[in-house]
Design a protein around this ligand. Sequence first.
Ligand code: FAD
Length: 433
Amino acid sequence: KIAIFWFRRDLRLHDNAGLYYALRSGYPVVPLFIFDRNILDDLEEKTDARLTFIHKAVSEIRQALRQKEADIMVEYGFPEKIWENLVAGHDIAEVYTNTDYEPYATDRDKAIYRILKQKDIVFKTCKDQVIFEKQEILSGQGSPYTVFTPYSRAWKQKLNDFYLKSYPTKKYFRHFHQWHGSALPSLREMGFEKTDYDFPPADVDDTLLKNYAKERDFPAMEATSRIGVHLRFGTVSIRDLARQARAHSDTFLNELIWRDFYQQILSNFPHVGKGDAFRKAYDLIKWRYDKADFKKWCEGKTGYPLVDAGMRQLNAIGFMHNRVRMVTASFLSKHLLIDWRLGEAYFAQKLLDYDLAANNGGWQWAAGSGTDAAPYFRIFNPASQAEKFDPKMEYIKKWVPEFGTDEYPEPMVDHKEARERCLQAYKTALDKA
Ligand code: FAD
């Protein structure tokens, strides 16, 4: 009999909760990774850098396992079908994995649970991706927090060394099943092309953290960690990172708390992950579905240089600075009055660190429909944001080289008029509710 450990968005051998419990199960452990066609078939770009990232991470896991005479089973297909074959072909006692809180993953895991249960195979899911799950931080009344500040206070109060302890997986590596698997399916075999994008390193410099509070809002300074993609796919451990944050930067720790916050919002209020506004009244807003305007925003040709710089950064490298994400998202939903869901989907397609909970949280915050949002009548002015956060226009000049020449377009909307149009549309909708 064997135990299977199923890797998903936790692509590391070190400090991995589910893997640790699998290795201590008493059964020889066979690791598994599935290139999931339910997800892959929906990707629009055949050169999606995220696939290259995942492929590389899985290959590295395999290399490390092979040094221990162990291996990883790597499948390409539909998880339900794959699991049906696995239970038919192997004598499996237990299956371990780490909880994934997104709606697709939750439904998929329910289906796998049923397949395993028919054969009396135990399916154990572990907390690994967050410090605190949805039921762990609740208000005095036992309900989830919907405002960040009290949530973060309660989060910090609950935190102690126990929650940040690494799982010592290495001590138990001898419990991997000793075998030799077949080759990884190549990207090309799965219909994708390798990208030669330079991914950011999987560690954060202590000096960066020390300067983080004062520099993180200035996009030209590149003073943020870029660790998002590693958190997304689990190539770093959130516990390691939170320990480092606790030692060097409370502001950075706070950002990691935002991550937990939006994860618990998605778990406790699943409607946000299914296309609905967190505050339902905001679904009464009459959005403009102007394709030409949306295209200008996507391409970074709005005539507002900070917005354009952000969109071009996103299109070029799959990353956008947080301050600029707020400005571009606000510009789409408020200045252009275009449904934030279109922007959310565009970011989802482009961001290497795309994460449903954080992306949805960020978009609904910007559109005013989310948790903890500023009142809708507070509308970012993209020009003054640029003056304040890119005073020497370094970020703008880097991404919009033609800024200041005839080639650069006039602003596509007038700030004042757009602001009025937005206030009117929001007011009409919210008065109805
Ligand atoms: P750092 O500033 O170095 O922060 C470290 C980590 O903290 C981040 O990697 C991230 O995991 C977490 N974090 C920081 N800010 C937030 C936040 N506001 N909400 C949740 N987690 C946070 N973040 C994503 O991880 N994926 C997304 O798809 C995403 N979409 C966003 C969309 C919009 C409209 C907005 C306004 C924000 C979005 N964010 C998203 C949050 C934030 O912009 C990014 O996490 C951050 O810019 C990533 O860069 P970094 O790794 O250098 O962050």
